[in-house]
Design a protein around this ligand. Sequence first.
Ligand code: C5P
Length: 218
Amino acid sequence: MIVTIDGPAGSGKSSTAKEVANNLGWNYLDSGSLYRAVTWLFVHEYDYNIEMLIENLTTHNIKIEPLNNKVDTILDGNTCGSEIREQVITNNVSKVAENGVVRQFVNKAMYKAVQEANFVADGRDLGTAVFPDAFLKFFMIADVEIRAKRRYKEMTDNGLEADFEEIKKNLQERDYIDSNREIAPLTKASDAIEIDTTGLSFAEQVETITKHIQSRLN
Ligand code: C5P
């Protein structure tokens, strides 16, 4: 079974999805981490050359591995860590994610990962394009100031350098590119439940979503 949580950057999807999955005893799938891993290749292996990245993409291996309540993103045998959260990756990821070959490559890894377990998955196009038959779909939104504040805290808590104005600008740019791309743009599925987290605490977000899932399961 799959529950999808889509929404704009920094709306709290990942942390919420992780906690909801934990409450249910399900796995968590972070689709953004797969796009970030491909962007890491774009920046560090292919020197920002999208043609080279696309030409060589299938020589790389990307997978999601659930292990002890934690799900790792593995690129060519190496577990991805904070290097895929760095600003240089965040600044380039939406451009890389626009590409249809990249999207197919990531989707393939996701389909493979979800074969044998229940997942709460977060992303942009999961309810609309990747898992249109998901058990339950959510669309999380929040005011951009709040989103930028949350992202700033998340980065500094993880020991990454962060600049509030740069984060806010990047969120707006990514929302624009993600919402306006040709293939699988960020949009609310017609059957998704919208949750505005602007005035909600983290615990309230998690509780609201968990309750929806539990009532559907019963
Ligand atoms: O979720 P996160 O902010 O880590 O995602 C990084 C980027 O990956 C997004 O801004 C978007 O460009 C891309 N993405 C996507 N489709 C998804 C998940 C992420 O295009 N399902």
